[in-house]
Design a protein around this ligand. Structure first.
Ligand code: GLN
Ligand code: ZN
Length: 754
């Protein structure tokens, strides 16, 4: 039995690469120092995998920022504006990733997009008509030889030509088909180079194959590989897929002369059935059975059974991870606060290598019997403090009526207009105000025990009071308390709910140098006591204007956590929804009349195949949100907020959340969404963000008015709210004040005109 790893995390066990790269950006670390650190990280990981007897060890999975960007640069897909800069290649690379402003010029960054159904983001490389795809880089070759010099024969990985062409952004007339021949030549040159270096295996990552594909897509895929594979000589080629199954492409894949085919048996619902139809005996099946996305231990018996099933069909199996381990944290080793009892249920990237080795030994009959026994015992045991009978019973008792808020929206809208008597184009913000150093310091000091609870609360109350006054002076209509008590919109609630666990160092790369540390949903979730009521009621006591309660929604909490595997994510989300529902009703009882429930990450787990959108996801995710607010009075106004306006294609579902008002990020998207809202007769009141909060730039009154006027062409004036794109926690105080002043002014001027 052989084992294979698709990719490994690369920010370093203690995020060394992140910190060094950030210092490099500030000029505090030299390029040589950064390169040396990167080399050291690669070496450690290769040797670790070698120690764990991985047979297919990846190289070129390392990246200074993003693998997709690496592939673009490797194949000369570098827009002219970056090529022109007189900067070193590495600096140019970073200029593409994050923009550049300095002596060499002024360029914006490439766009960033979610990588399939993960919380990782890739850089959307751009290509214009005069650009030419060709092999110009040497990163994969250098890294292959670097590993070889250490005595490690690796399997170089690269984003495959099909996924590359499908995900590129074409800025002019030409599209994927026009670049087919160039891509073929470039990838041929890539393969030939590795053939000359004597590489035994090459892997092409083709995640795009798990999406819905049409005839043209398949023709493109076939045309690419028919040519590219013709030059592989003695070198073997693995087609690697992940994040789903390849139902549309399976036959085309089999018909091509790949030597290995990597399929995801965990997220790929159809994978097993596809393989059952027949799999050639002369190819290796790289079976993704060790979860590359979640942090739970592998169930050895189940995995072994699946491998044996495949082998019984005469298939040659290589056991592998379901996707790159990039999506899980490095290692459990540094987690000192979690008990051994808890930790034995988890497996991060390094531990997954041990699991591969265990499984390899068991499958080759070389393991001690205790290996299987221990794993069996682990899954037979009930995890301590994970079961909450009352929560389960409450979930079971939910009826259809619990998902329906009465009276219906239109009735509520009337009642609420009467209740709040807000002016036309009411102004508000999304929740957070600048998290200045003193705000963070206050939280940290309290966490470390350097401040008493009283001192901590007193500080936050002062901040709240200060910002309530600011908002009144600015003349905003609906106020917020500012979220000074929150480190993060999910962690804050996770810490106050039962059923969540937190790690110290379990960071996962979200993009570039940014990492997130998702909580782990360990057991049944329940609200232990009020979570936000004191902050919100205090803030409300300071003003006569409505103060928005501020909560994170159940789908977002789930999507930004590591979910359980013993119950469905739908069930887990329902539990969280009930907990948030309790908080909503508590806020309402305590006089908070407007409550915002953020669903920033609603789209995150939307299935990759459209046909699965509702049945697999929206059919439970949207009801979970409804469960949160269905118990409210008609004169309580429920807001929600979503980051990105990328929901043009699920507008009916968003309307079905049955919120009274939704705010969303729109300022960077040319307001296209507005057309779709209109076409779909969107009834929820809307606050499309009028300025981009990701930039320190202060928008002018004119600019905001212009945006609003565009919006008014598509949205009834009675339904339009005025707010920024998202929360203001990352912004400075002065720019925030200046921007909001202009925002209010723009709304006022417009009121006079309408
Ligand atoms: N209420 C949150 C804030 O303002 C929303 C953050 C988000 O959408 N990511 O910070
Ligand atoms: Zn947002």
């Amino acid at each position: 039995m052989q084992t294979s790893v698709i990719g490994f995390p690369r920010v370093g066990e203690l995020r060394e690469l992140k910190f060094a790269t950030e210092k490099f950006f500030k000029g505090l670390v030299s390029e040589q120092e950064l390169e040396a650190l990167a080399k050291d990280i690669r070496k450690k990981q290769w040797l670790k995998m070698q120690e764990k007897e991985v047979d297919f060890i990846p190289s070129n999975d390392f990246s200074f920022y993003d693998n997709f960007l690496d592939a673009a640069v490797l194949f000369n897909i570098i827009p002219e504006r970056y090529r022109e800069l007189s900067l070193s290649p590495l600096e140019k690379y970073f200029a593409m990733a994050r923009g550049y402003k300095g002596p060499a010029g002024d360029v914006k960054a490439l766009a960033m997009k979610k990588w399939f159904n993960t919380n990782y983001h890739y850089m959307v490389a751009e290509i214009s008509d005069k650009d030419e795809i060709s092999l110009v880089g040497d990163k994969p070759f250098k890294e292959y030889e670097e590993a070889k010099a250490l005595g490690v024969e690796t399997k170089p990985v690269v984003i495959g030509p099909f996924t590359l062409l499908k995900l590129l952004r074409y800025t002019e007339k030409k599209t994927e088909k026009d670049f087919l021949q160039q891509a073929v030549s470039a990838y041929k040159a890539y393969v030939e180079k590795f053939v000359s270096l004597g590489a035994k295996w090459l892997a092409f990552d083709e995640a795009y194959l798990v999406r819905d594909l049409d005839k043209e897509d398949l023709a493109l895929f076939i045309a690419l590989y028919q040519e590219i594979l013709s030059v592989k000589g003695e070198t073997k080629v693995l087609l690697q897929t992940y994040f789903g199954d390849v139902r549309d492409a399976f036959e085309s894949i089999l018909a091509l002369p790949f030597d290995g085919i990597g399929l995801d048996f965990l997220e790929g619902k159809e994978t097993k059935n596809l393989v059952a139809k027949g799999f050639p005996k002369d190819k290796l099946l790289f079976a993704g059975l060790v979860n590359g996305k979640n942090i739970w231990r592998n169930h050895y018996e189940k995995t072994i059974e699946q491998v044996k099933d495949l082998e019984a069909k005469g298939i040659s199996v290589v056991l592998g991870t379901s996707c790159s381990l990039l999506h899980v944290p490095y290692t459990l080793e540094g987690e000192n606060k979690l008990s051994a009892e808890v930790k034995r249920h988890f497996s991060f990237a390094v531990e997954k290598l041990s699991e591969l080795l265990d499984l390899k030994k068991v499958l080759s009959g070389k393991a001690e019997s205790s290996v299987l026994e221990e794993n069996k015992a682990l899954f037979a045991s009930v995890r301590p403090n994970s079961e909450d009978k009352a929560v389960k019973e409450r979930c079971a008792a939910i009826t259809d009526a619990d998902y329906t808020r009465l009276p219906a929206f239109s009735e509520r809208e009337k009642i609420q207009k009467e209740e709040f008597k807000l002016p036309l184009f009411p102004t508000t913000t999304i929740g957070s105000f600048p998290q200045s150093a003193d705000v963070r310091q206050n939280r940290n000091a309290f966490k470390k025990g350097e401040k008493t609870k009283e001192e901590y609360v007193a500080f936050n109350r002062e901040k709240i009071a200060e910002w309530v006054k600011i908002q009144e002076d600015l003349d905003l209509d609906v106020l917020v308390h500012g979220e000074f008590e929150r480190n993060d919109m999910v962690e804050y609630f996770g810490e106050l709910l039962s059923g969540f666990l937190f790690t110290e160092k379990a960071w996962v790369q979200s993009y570039g140098t940014r990492c997130v540390k998702p909580p782990i949903i360990w057991g049944d979730v329940r609200r232990l006591s009020a979570m936000t009521v004191e902050w919100s009621t205090y803030a409300q006591s300071l003003t006569k204007r409505p103060m928005k309660g501020m909560l994170t929604g159940p789908v977002t909490i789930l999507n930004w956590s590591f979910p359980r595997e013993d119950i469905s994510i739908a069930e887990s989300t329902k539990q969280i929804a009930l907990a948030i529902r309790d908080e909503v009703l508590d806020l309402e009882k305590n006089g908070i009349k407007i409550i915002q429930v953020d669903e920033a990450a609603l789209r995150e787990k939307l299935p990759l195949r459209k046909s699965d959108w509702y049945s697999e996801y929206l059919d439970w995710a949207i009801p979970a949100f409804r469960l949160v607010h269905s118990g409210c009075q008609a004169n309580t106004q429920i807001h929600t907020h979503m980051c990105y306006s990328e929901f043009t294609d699920i507008i009916p579902a968003i309307d079905n959340m049955d919120a009274d008002v939704i705010s969303f990020e729109a300022s960077r998207s040319d307001l296209q969404i507005l057309d779709s809202l209109r076409e779909n007769h969107f009834r929820t009141e809307v606050g499309p963000g009028v300025y981009d909060i990701h930039s320190p730039r202060v928008p002018s009154v004119e600019e905001i008015k212009e945006a609003l006027e565009k919006m008014l062409k598509k949205i009834e004036k009675e339904k339009l709210w005025v707010n920024p794109d998202c929360g203001l926690k990352t912004r400075g105080r002065e720019e925030t004040l200046a921007s909001l002043k202009n925002l209010v002014q723009a709304a006022k001027e417009l009121r006079n005109e309408y």
